[in-house]
Design a binder for this molecule. Structure first.
Ligand SMILES: [Zn+2]
Length: 280
């Protein structure tokens, strides 16, 4: 059972650190997530300055989520954000010690989620979590992809994906995102369509992708055993959770996306913020 920390804001009990390569740049990357005081939110710190992990700072949504503030920029932050958000950590400073993107690790959010749980999460007494509650249905669309937010008492997410075979059509539903994150969502790896790799690499993308950090997908089938059922859809749900974290508050809504992606997720997050007030 996931604690709701008595509705208090929270932070980590001690710092944690990750190192590896970035998925897109293929360069070494090292991050440290350290405890932060009440009302800090999640903030990335680069030598050039700090970047709040909030929607107004989003600067790219094409293959990953990137945020920037002036000269400071950090990419591929969605798995870090999903883990903090789903596990209920409201305040943390993410210090970027090396690299310009978060390390891909094993392609999933599991190493980050586990490290957060091992470090421990503590309530900050006398504080209140921010929450947005969707009160009327909201709808956004973008190039054949659609997202809906419906009133609901907690964060539920349903993701529908359509890919060529062997993935095909998948529906992944997490009726309680926070409760199901560790078992059902965090283990899902970044899908890697092997046929696309050459094209991506020639454009300077996916340079860090390897069989160690993606779920390889060949035309004839998966290149590895699946960790969770419908792993591709589950990974899209993981990315959605990371993108919704940029709202900067707990969300009470049922979110449904069809063929979603980062840009659609951000658009829905903005629509949620515009339609509701943040309760403190
Ligand atoms: Zn991802």
């Amino acid at each position: 059972m996931i604690d709701d920390f008595g509705r208090c804001q929270t932070t980590l009990s001690r710092p944690i650190e990750f190192a590896g390569v970035g998925l897109h740049g293929g360069l070494s990357s090292r991050l440290s997530i350290i405890p932060a005081t009440a009302d800090t939110g999640v903030v990335f710190e680069r030598p050039e300055g700090s970047i709040p992990a909030l929607l107004p700072f989003v600067s790219d949504a094409s293959r990953c989520t990137a945020i920037s503030n002036g000269e400071a920029r950090i990419e591929t932050i969605e798995h870090v954000l999903a883990s903090l958000f789903a596990l209920g950590v409201t305040n943390a400073t993410v210090r970027v010690l090396e690299g310009v993107e978060a390390p891909v690790l094993d392609g999933s959010a599991m190493p980050i989620a586990q490290a957060i749980l091992e470090a421990g999460i503590e309530a900050i007494p006398g504080t209140r979590r921010k929450q947005v509650r969707v009160r009327d249905a909201l709808y956004v669309q973008r190039e054949g992809s659609y997202a809906i937010a419906l009133p609901h008492h907690q964060l539920r997410a349903t993701v529908i994906v359509e890919f060529p075979q062997p993935v095909g059509s998948e529906v992944v539903d997490a009726p309680d995102v926070r409760e199901q994150f560790v078992e059902r969502i965090a283990p899902a790896r970044t899908p890697g369509f092997v046929r696309e790799w050459e094209m991506l690499k020639s454009r300077g993308l996916a340079l860090g992708a390897s069989a160690d950090n993606v779920l390889p997908i060949h035309d004839e089938g998966y290149g590895d055993e699946l960790r969770v059922p419908n792993e591709v859809g589950a990974h899209k749900l993981l990315d959605l959770v990371g993108d919704l974290a940029l709202v900067g508050a707990d969300i009470a809504a049922h979110i449904i996306t069809y063929r979603g992606g980062h840009a659609l997720n951000h658009a829905l997050g903005r629509a949620i913020l515009e339609s509701t007030s943040v309760d403190e």
